[in-house]
Design a protein around this ligand. Structure first.
Ligand code: NAD
Length: 486
């Protein structure tokens, strides 16, 4: 039986795209599954003037549009709305009054979640005003804050934002969303690593040669140049999603499976990440920017709408991470991400060390590889050595394969549903904590500032390939290669 959750959730940005596409459908799923029954209230607020009825119709219509389902009135009656300009302190009084009214109406025990589905420049202001205007409950079990990305645009802005939040919320009340952490196959990393003695025992420098994480996209910048040209692949994909995936791969076994101990274990790994000097950045990191595709039907980045003709922005990043720890001494973590690459996929390749071939010392064994495919669909593949079907006793690589079934997919919660549920449940295991975010920014800032001081000739890769030649060379130099070739 699902555990019924008692809480009020206030959605700031209630008329926005994210709320309609993801948040209301997620709340509806939690209702259908029995996590939300009687004692829940959903308060929407934004700049738009809407009556309660109009808001309920909007929620109904978004569930219809994105789930093709009719939400019943029994569900919709838990939704209410209050217009507010979130930068105006006076606008918080009516919000507070409605929160208190809903609290009483649905018997919510003063439990409160505030979800900031608004532009990042508002995050700090809202947190401050929630506290100063008295919207945090004093007698409930919890006040929690869910916060959208991006969390700052470099270490300095992230630290400033974190300080602003910490005036109103303590670290364990802040749920920083990274939707990659809500993905089923990212959560599967821990099950694979720690649920199989064979992998648990070999997940270290004795057995692993290198680890590769690839997040590749086929799309170009589309209409997001305004944001993307200031962020690039480094800040848009490496600082957050890639680093959070690396956290699960690099951590030691937590003392217990509580969110607190998981964070402690992950942070020990993050804190051992080597931050590079400019020379080390040049040695260990590659940046790219896409040009037209081979047949000339797609323009290069510099010819995209709203991109400055002399942009030095990176649309591709490949690099090597090094952890100064007993477990990972000498084991490179190669990461790469980019736009307009050969295929859309998110995957991890764990490359095991080659061993002496005791069957034929002239014929080296190939590396065993454990592959975890996160997107576009969940798959696990394990390439191992087995006997070749010839008269001689020789080996050949074979691949064991598993893929998520239709039933698996149907019952897998969407990342947003899982994150809203986990916040209601007070489980921060799959959210980014401040220490991890801070280390990732320090690392990424070091790379960006080294790049800022050196001009690079762009474009340097053809759309529809797996990035610049320098990305392959990064591994070839060390007698390695990318397992995934697109
Ligand atoms: P949006 O522009 O569609 O909606 C913004 C909302 O904020 C609207 O409801 C608007 O009324 C409200 N708003 C703006 N200024 C306000 C003010 N002064 N006072 C009160 N309300 C105000 O934005 P979105 O796409 O829904 O994104 C919201 C957040 O989620 C952003 O932080 C974004 O980075 C993040 N995000 C969005 C998506 C997505 O798929 N849309 C995905 C990941 C993260």
């Amino acid at each position: 039986m699902p555990k019924e959750i008692t809480t009020l959730v206030t959605f700031f940005g209630a008329t926005g795209d994210l709320a309609k596409r993801k948040l209301y459908p997620s709340v509806y799923n939690l209702y259908k599954k029995g996590f939300l029954v009687e004692h829940f209230g959903i308060l929407g607020t934004s700049r738009a003037e809407l009556s309660t009825k109009q808001f309920q119709v909007m929620v109904h219509d978004s569930i219809k549009e994105f789930m093709n389902e009719e939400a019943p009135q029994d569900f919709l009656k838990h939704f209410d709305y209050q217009r507010a300009d979130i930068t105006t302190p006076e606008d918080y009084a009516p919000l507070k009054a409605l929160i208190e009214e809903m609290d009483e109406k649905f018997a919510l025990k003063g439990n409160r979640i505030f979800y900031m589905s608004v532009a990042p420049r508002f995050f700090g202001t809202v947190a401050k005003l929630l506290k100063s205007e008295g919207l945090l409950s004093e007698n409930g079990e919890f006040n929690r804050l869910m916060i959208e990305k991006p969390f700052g645009s470099d270490y300095e802005t992230a630290e400033k934002l974190n300080n602003e939040l910490s005036h109103a919320f303590s670290e364990d009340q802040v749920y920083r969303i990274d939707h990659y952490l809500g993905k089923e196959m990212v959560q599967n990393i821990a099950a694979l690593r720690f649920g199989n003695p064979m992998f648990t025992k070999s997940w270290n420098r004795d057995s692993i040669d290198n680890i590769q994480v690839t997040l590749s996209e086929t799309l170009g910048v589309e209409d997001r140049a305004g944001y993307y040209d200031t962020a690039g692949a480094l800040r848009d994909m490496i600082q957050n999603h890639t680093m959070q995936i690396v956290g699960w791969l690099a951590m030691d076994e937590p003392a217990t499976w509580t969110d607190r101990d998981i964070r402690i274990a992950k942070n020990a790994a993050f804190n051992s990440l080597k931050i590079y000097t400019p020379d080390e950045v040049a040695e260990n990191f590659v940046r790219g920017q896409y040009g037209p595709n081979a047949i000339g039907t797609q323009v290069g980045y510099l010819d995209e709408k709203d991109v400055p003709a002399d942009s030095q922005n990176n649309t591709f990043v490949a690099g090597k991470l090094q952890f100064d720890s007993y477990r990972w001494q000498g084991v490179p973590f190669y990461i790469r991400t980019g736009k307009r690459l050969a295929a859309k996929t998110t995957r991890i390749d764990i490359v095991f060390k080659k061993d002496y071939n005791l069957f034929d010392s002239n014929q080296p064994l190939s590396n065993d590889v454990l592959t975890i495919i996160i997107d576009p669909e969940g798959r696990i593949e394990y390439k191992i050595a087995a006997k070749a079907t010839t008269a001689e006793f020789k080996t050949r690589p074979i691949t064991l394969k598993w893929k998520a079934s239709d039933e698996d997919k149907a019952q897998t919660p969407e990342p947003y549903e899982r994150m809203i549920h986990d916040t209601m449940d007070g489980n921060g295991s799959n959210f980014a904590d401040w220490n991890g975010v801070a280390v990732a920014w320090k690392f990424v800032d070091a790379v960006q500032s080294a790049w800022d001081s050196v001009h690079q000739d762009f474009p340097n890769y053809v759309s529809g390939t797996m990035g610049p030649a320098a990305s392959d060379e990064l591994l070839e130099r060390e007698d390695r290669e990318w397992i995934y070739k697109g």
